[in-house]
Design a protein around this ligand. Structure first.
Ligand SMILES: *Cc1c(COP(=O)(O)O)cnc(C)c1O
Length: 350
């Protein structure tokens, strides 16, 4: 084993109970609604036509065409990945050499550090300002060939508007990857910047907004010459035949995506106000979760909720108090969460 791999802690995903029955899962930002019914139809058709015997289309042409239609770009600007985590891995392998700095803000997605460590690169963490903004020169002095910016950010749910992201990219000499895993729940996105600025790449996933976390499919939008380079790095068949079929069907069902989005956004409003009323400070979320800091002790709430079969994500970042990241579930799930946390707090104050 290489010594730098030996030294790594490794990324620890949120808990996935083996028997999710009876558990309200608000810990890994899965969509509470099922995917478009067209996904199962497309997969059934694919199974029936004997597709599993053959290797899949190495570049996922039909999927890339659907993505291109969705965002008004050309298919040569799209790379399909086995989830967006695969896309982020491909980018790290393509852009960051051993010993190179890899920059990203903190607190943010913990996987960025893991990707840097696997590559034996140097993680460079740029702290968010207390109001979750970043200065335009956030990455300018890092010397990094690559920076990741989750936008909307996790765990805060906050979003930097495209004009600010553009300003950050303009002052950065490396390539800025805007990780838009949660953009389906936001009012804006940065896809327009890919054509405007030579050093911007956008990453997307179908795991959150399109309810397909179990299928594993995501994509990048970048300039054609960048996609051409990344194609040399990715595994030849990084997306399987069924993911490509299901993913294409989900992307094409824009009306369904809009309908589940609007339900999540409505529940998000209600959840935000309710947890603020419990004493937490909650930044305005543009994602499908809310970040609860500074109220009743996070560890204790996490444990008490878990004892009542409600899983939320307890997150610890150095220099910050532990906080709770709570996924926006269905209205019924959020009612139950609020009822249980209300009871816990009531008992505590007696
Ligand atoms: C969930 C998430 C991803 C990964 O999504 P997959 O497509 O399921 O791999 C990427 N970035 C952020 C910030 C996420 O929260």
């Amino acid at each position: 084993m290489l010594p730098h791999i030996d030294r790594m802690a490794g990324y620890i995903p949120g808990e996935q109970p083996r028997d999710p029955g009876g558990i309200i899962k608000l810990n890994t930002n899965e969509n509470p609604y099922p995917p478009s019914p067209r996904v199962a139809e497309a997969i059934q058709t694919g199974l029936a036509d004997g597709r599993l015997r053959l290797y899949p289309d190495p570049s996922g042409t039909a999927f890339r065409q659907a993505v291109a239609r969705r965002h008004g770009v050309t298919p040569d600007m799209v790379l399909a990945g086995n989830g967006s985590d695969d896309c982020l891995t491909i980018l790290t392998r393509a852009f960051v050499g051993p010993g190179d700095p890899l920059a990203y803000p903190t607190p943010s997605y913990i996987l960025y550090r893991t990707l840097a460590e696997i590559q034996n690169a140097q993680p460079v963490e740029v702290p968010f300002l207390p109001d979750w903004t970043l200065p335009a020169d956030a990455f300018s002095s890092t010397g990094a060939p690559l920076a990741f910016l989750a936008n909307p950010n996790s765990p805060s749910g906050t979003m930097r508007p495209p004009s600010e992201v553009a300003a950050i990219a303009r002052q950065f000499s490396g390539t800025l990857v805007v990780d838009e895993a949660y953009a389906d729940f936001a009012d804006e996105d940065c896809i327009g910047l890919v054509s405007e600025l030579p050093n911007v790449i956008v990453s997307r996933t179908l795991s959150k907004g399109l309810s397909l976390a179990g299928l594993r499919i995501g994509y990048l939008i970048a300039r054609p010459e960048v996609i051409e380079g990344l194609n040399k790095v990715k595994d030849s068949y990084n997306c399987d035949a069924l993911s490509l079929l299901g993913g294409t069907a989900a992307i094409d069902d824009a009306e369904y995506t809009r309908s589940i989005r609007s339900r999540v956004v409505t529940t998000r409003r209600r959840l935000t106000e309710a947890v603020r009323a419990l004493g937490y400070s909650v930044p305005e979320s543009q994602a499908n979760f809310v970040w609860c800091e500074g109220g009743p002790p996070a560890e204790e709430m996490y444990e008490s909720l878990k004892a009542q079969k409600i899983l939320v994500r307890l997150m610890r970042y150095s220099g910050h108090q532990p906080g709770l990241r709570v996924t926006v579930g269905t209205d019924e799930q959020i009612d139950r969460f609020l009822e249980v946390i209300g009871t816990i707090l009531g008992k505590r104050s007696r």
